[in-house]
Design a protein around this ligand. Structure first.
Ligand SMILES: Cc1cc2nc3c(=O)[nH]c(=O)nc-3n(C[C@H](O)[C@H](O)[C@H](O)COP(=O)(O)OP(=O)(O)OC[C@H]3O[C@@H](n4cnc5c(N)ncnc54)[C@H](O)[C@@H]3O)c2cc1C
Length: 560
C-alpha cells in the first residue's frame, strides 16, 4: 500500500490490533483506523477465566492497550462502541454505526482488514436467555459473571461444554468455592484430544470435586420462583444450578463478509489464501473469523486461537505494505492448565486423522505412548508426562503429539510443534539436542525418548501393540514386572515372568505363539522383546504399558 492510503480495520483485539501496529511500523504515511463495537481495544480474552476466578484481581490488567496509547504511540485511531454494519465493495466503503449516538456514517478504504473474531454458540434450547445463563467472550461478560457470583446464595455452577474455556472456568469456579458440574456431550472432555489422553484429565477434575456428566447434551433451562436454575439434560436428568456457563464452542463472525459476497468456507469461516487475502484483493481477513489450511493435513480448518490470530494480523499487514510474507497454516498448538495438570497438543489427534479418513493402512500412521518424568527422577518433584506421538510409517514424519503432566508439558509440545512445522521426522527427535540439568529435563529428554521409541518401530528393532488391540486374538501375554506389581493389578490371563528371570525361563513360553509383553510404562517390556526376538521368538510390547492400559480402561468405562 502506498503512502497516504487508508487502512480500515474491523475488530481491535488479537488479529486487528496486531495488524494495525505492524502496518504502522511499515508505513508512517498510511491512515489507520480500528473500529470495534465493544468498549475495549486489545484486551486479553485469554485471561478472562482468571479474572472471573480473581486470580487476576483488577480489570485494568486485562487491557493490553488503550485508544489513547494507540493514538499517541502509533497515530492509529481507535473508534470504540462503533459497529461496522456493512461493506460496500463496489464503492470501497464501510457503513459504520456509532452505538452510543446511533449515528450512521460511511468510511472510505483503500485496504480493509476483517478481524471480527467469533461468537460463542448459544444452543437454541428453551431457557437459554434466562438470567444466570452466561457465555464468556468479553470483559463485560466476565464482569457480569463476577457480579452474579457475588450475590448471596450462589453456590452451584453448571458448565456446559468441557473444552478449554469450560475447564478453565471449572477450575476458577471451584477455587471461588462453588460446587461445579461439567456437562459434555462427547464421551470425554477436551474433545479435540484422543480419549485415553483425556481420561487423565477426568481423574484430575474428579479429584478436585468437579462432577462430570459425560455423554449428556443440554436440552434446556428452567428457573423457579427463587431464581434457581434447573439445567435439563438429554438423559432426562436435571442439574440444579445458581449459575450456568455455556462453553460449547465458537463460530466465525462471518456476517459482514457473507453479506459483502466474500467467499465463505465449508466451516463458515471467511476463506483466505496464504497472504490472508479474501476473495476480494483489497480485503484481508484474520483470526477466529477465517478458515485456513491445516499445515499437517492440508485440509481447510478453523483454529480459534490467539497465536494464529496475531501472526495472521502481522502477515496481512506485511502483504498490504508490499512484503512477500506468507502464513504457513495452522496446526492447532494449544496448552491449558487444569488444576495441577498441564495438557497440551499440536497437530491432529488419532481421532481427527480417522475422521478425515487419513488413518489408512498405506502409507499409514503409527502411535506410541510413553510416560517419562519431566526431569531427572532423582531430583525432587519428578512427575510423569503422559505423551502420545503420532507419525507416518512411510518416512517417520511427525504428525501430532498430545501430552498431560504437571510440569514440562508446554516445553515438549513446543519443541515438537517446531519439528512439525519444519517437516521433521521421529529420527530428528532422536537426535534433538535439548538443554538439560536435573531440575529441567533428563540427559535423554522425553522428546528424545519419544523419537527413539518411534524410530525403533520404523527400524524394526521393536514391535508394539496397543491398549485398544487387547482381547480376542491377543498374543501370549507376559507381564514382565516384579511379582509385587503383578499382584497389585494385572491383565487377566497374563503370566508373570519378571524381566530379570526371563532369560532363564524362555523355555516356559510357547514357541508357536507371538509373545505380547507388558510392564508398567513400556520400557522393561521393550527390553524383554529385544531379548526374545534375539532368541527366535516373535514378540511385541504394549506401548505405554499397563499405565496406558488403565487410561484405556477408563475410556471403555466411559463409553459404557
Ligand atoms: C475466555 C477465553 C479464553 C481464551 N483462552 C485462550 C488461550 O488460552 N489461548 C489461546 O490461544 N486462545 C485463547 N482464546 C482465544 C483467543 O482469545 C482468540 O483466538 C483471539 O482473541 C481471536 O482474535 P480475533 O482478532 O480473531 O478476534 P477477537 O479477539 O474476538 O476480536 C474481535 C473483535 O471484533 C469486534 N467486532 C466484531 N464484529 C464487529 C463489527 N461488525 N464492527 C466492529 N467490531 C466488531 C469484536 O467486538 C471483538 O472485540 C480464548 C478466548 C476466550 C473467549
Amino acid at each position: 500500500m502506498g503512502n497516504g492510503k487508508r487502512l480500515l480495520i474491523v475488530g481491535g483485539v488479537a488479529g486487528g490490533a496486531s495488524c494495525a501496529a505492524r502496518a504502522r511500523r511499515l508505513s508512517e504515511d498510511a491512515e489507520i483506523i480500528i473500529f470495534d463495537r465493544g468498549s475495549y481495544v486489545s484486551f486479553a480474552s485469554c485471561g478472562l477465566p482468571y479474572y472471573v476466578g480473581k486470580v487476576i484481581k483488577r480489570e485494568e490488567t486485562l487491557l493490553m492497550a488503550t485508544p489513547e496509547m494507540f493514538e499517541k504511540r502509533f497515530r492509529i485511531q481507535v473508534r470504540l462502541n462503533t459497529e461496522v454494519t456493512g461493506v460496500d465493495r463496489a464503492n470501497s466503503r464501510l457503513e459504520v454505526r456509532n452505538l452510543t449516538t446511533g449515528e450512521v456514517s460511511h468510511e472510505q478504504y483503500d485496504r480493509l482488514l476483517l478481524s471480527p473474531g467469533a461468537y460463542p454458540v448459544r444452543p437454541p434450547v428453551p431457557g437459554v436467555e434466562l438470567p444466570g445463563v452466561f457465555t464468556l467472550r468479553t470483559i463485560p461478560d466476565s464482569r457480569s459473571i463476577r457480579e452474579w457470583i457475588a450475590q448471596p446464595g450462589v453456590e452451584r455452577a453448571v458448565i456446559v461444554g468441557g473444552g478449554f474455556i469450560g475447564l478453565e472456568m471449572a477450575e476458577n469456579l471451584v477455587k471461588l468455592g462453588l460446587t461445579v458440574t461439567v456437562v459434555e456431550m462427547q464421551p470425554h472432555v477436551m474433545p479435540l484430544l484422543d480419549p485415553e489422553i483425556a481420561a487423565a484429565i477426568h481423574e484430575e477434575l474428579t479429584r478436585h470435586g468437579v462432577t462430570l456428566r459425560l455423554n449428556e447434551a443440554l436440552t434446556g433451562f428452567e428457573q423457579d420462583s427463587d431464581g434457581k436454575l434447573a439445567v435439563k439434560l438429554s438423559s432426562g436428568a436435571s442439574e440444579a444450578a445458581d449459575l450456568a456457563i455455556l462453553a460449547v464452542g465458537v463460530r466465525p463472525e462471518n456476517r459482514l463478509a457473507k453479506e459483502a459476497g466474500l467467499e465463505i468456507g465449508d466451516f463458515g469461516g471467511i476463506r483466505v489464501d496464504e497472504r490472508m487475502q479474501t476473495s476480494d484483493e483489497r480485503i484481508w481477513a484474520v483470526g477466529d473469523a477465517v478458515e485456513v489450511r491445516d499445515f499437517v493435513t492440508g485440509r481447510w480448518t478453523l483454529v480459534p486461537l490467539a497465536g494464529p490470530a496475531n501472526r495472521q494480523g502481522r502477515v496481512a499487514a506485511d502483504v498490504m505494505m508490499g512484503r512477500g510474507s506468507r502464513f504457513r497454516g495452522v496446526q492447532g498448538t494449544a496448552v491449558v492448565k487444569i488444576f495441577n495438570l498441564t495438557v497440551g497438543s499440536t497437530g491432529p489427534s488419532e481421532k481427527t486423522l480417522k475422521r478425515l479418513g487419513l488413518w489408512g493402512d498405506s502409507p499409514g500412521f503409527q502411535k506410541i505412548y510413553l510416560h517419562p518424568e519431566q526431569h531427572s527422577s532423582y531430583y525432587p518433584g519428578a512427575f510423569p508426562i503422559t505423551l502420545k506421538l503420532i507419525f507416518s510409517t512411510e518416512d517417520g514424519r511427525i504428525m501430532g503429539v498430545q501430552a498431560v503432566g504437571k510440569d514440562g508439558v508446554d516445553k515438549r509440545i513446543d519443541v515438537i510443534a517446531m519439528a512439525i512445522q519444519k517437516g521433521m521426522t521421529v529420527f530428528d527427535l532422536e537426535e534433538a539436542e535439548l538443554c538439560y540439568s536435573p531440575q529441567f529435563g533428563s540427559a535423554k529428554d522425553p522428546v528424545n525418548m519419544a523419537g527413539m521409541i518411534a524410530a525403533n518401530q520404523l527400524r524394526g528393532d521393536s514391535r508394539i501393540f496397543h491398549w485398544d488391540e487387547m482381547g480376542e486374538g491377543s498374543g501370549f501375554l507376559v507381564d514382565v514386572r516384579d511379582p509385587s506389581e503383578f499382584k497389585a493389578g494385572h491383565v487377566e490371563g497374563a503370566v508373570n515372568i519378571p524381566l530379570g528371570d526371563l532369560r532363564d525361563r524362555m523355555g516356559d513360553l510357547p514357541g508357536d505363539k507371538e509373545i505380547w509383553t507388558y510392564c508398567f510404562v513400556g520400557q522393561r517390556s521393550y527390553f524383554a522383546v529385544r531379548a526374545l526376538v534375539q532368541r527366535g521368538f516373535k514378540a511385541r510390547s504394549l506401548s505405554g504399558g499397563y499405565k496406558t492400559l488403565l487410561l484405556g480402561k477408563e475410556v471403555r468405562k466411559e463409553r459404557g
